[in-house]
Design a binder for this molecule. Structure first.
Ligand SMILES: [Zn+2]
Length: 292
């Protein structure tokens, strides 16, 4: 696999403290989609919350237990239920006795273009957080922010004491996130991105990639990237009166990209097309898309 980093040098399994309240542990699941892997965050000092425990991987769960070090766990939290995020909630709950508190479960049969983006249908929260609801411990408060788009059940978590936002897969530190219909929704994603632009978070902690400073700038650039992509798609469907297929569009628009990413790119193009269709600007017949 062609990776932009040396796998052996990744600090998998170690707790790295990155702020007074926030530590992170990297899971051993790097891929072209998860970058260096899923980052699990451990929030708090005397007692903790664990955000996105990641895949149900024996070594990772052991690393999390070591990072927790016997401290009380107030909440095991998932931003959404893709398989690289939430399956670890269950072994960690068994090991610690802590409640699973976070996003809603979602039952969708979607194997999708990537196995780790399939939904974790066994996710079973003790308590579901609605937008604005909070979980707290000794010196820390996490507030849910509903951010549908990447998935319909996606939550970000704001750490009020540090003005930080755990962005899950809504914003990643290294790439745009995949918006894959039927559950992924481009219009919702853009609304959720605007929510972030309008907030004053000082830093983002994404589930994949490095912390993001000057985060509103990145959120704005993510929106600009999607608008550019939408413009490309509008031009592509405006050329031939017989229409154009999604694989044809992907071939044009993703030149130079690893072809293994084409299926995921096709899902993002479809997400744009559905959004354009709902706005009366595109129509589909037999898999061929045309401007309207
Ligand atoms: Zn995801």
């Amino acid at each position: 696999m062609d990776m932009p980093f040396d796998l052996a040098s990744l600090p998998t399994g170690a707790l790295i403290q990155i702020s007074p309240l926030v530590g992170r542990v990297l899971a051993p699941n790097p891929s072209p989609f998860t970058f260096t892997g899923t980052q699990t965050y451990v929030v708090g000092n005397r007692d903790v919350a664990v955000i996105d425990p990641g895949p149900d991987d024996l070594a990772h769960i052991a690393a999390l237990n070591a990072a927790i070090g016997g401290r009380p766990v107030r909440a095991i939290m998932a931003t959404h239920t893709h398989r690289d995020h939430s399956p670890g909630t269950r072994p960690l709950a068994r090991a610690t006795g802590a409640p699973i508190i976070g996003c809603a479960p979602l039952v969708i049969d979607d194997s999708g273009p990537r196995a780790d983006a399939a939904f974790d249908v066994d996710y079973a929260p003790t308590r579901i957080l609605a937008d604005g609801e909070r979980v707290s411990g000794d010196g820390w408060t996490l507030e849910a922010l509903a951010t549908p788009g990447h998935t319909s059940n996606h939550l970000c978590f704001a750490l009020l004491e540090e003005n930080a936002l755990f962005t899950g897969d809504h914003i990643m530190g290294w790439s745009t996130s995949v918006v894959s219909p039927p559950d992924g929704d481009m219009a919702a994603y853009m609304r959720s991105m605007q929510l972030l632009v309008d907030r004053d978070d000082a830093i983002y902690y994404p589930a994949h990639g490095d912390p993001v400073e000057k985060p509103q700038r990145l959120a704005r650039s993510m929106m600009g990237h999607r608008r550019n992509r939408e413009g490309q798609i509008l031009r592509a469907i405006g050329v031939d009166p017989d229409g154009v297929t999604i694989p044809e569009m992907v071939g044009q628009m993703y030149k130079g990209v690893d072809p293994r990413l084409y299926p995921a790119a096709g899902r993002s193009v479809l997400a744009h097309l559905i959004d354009l269709q709902q706005r009366g600007m595109a129509a589909e017949q037999d898999g061929r898309w045309q401007a309207r």
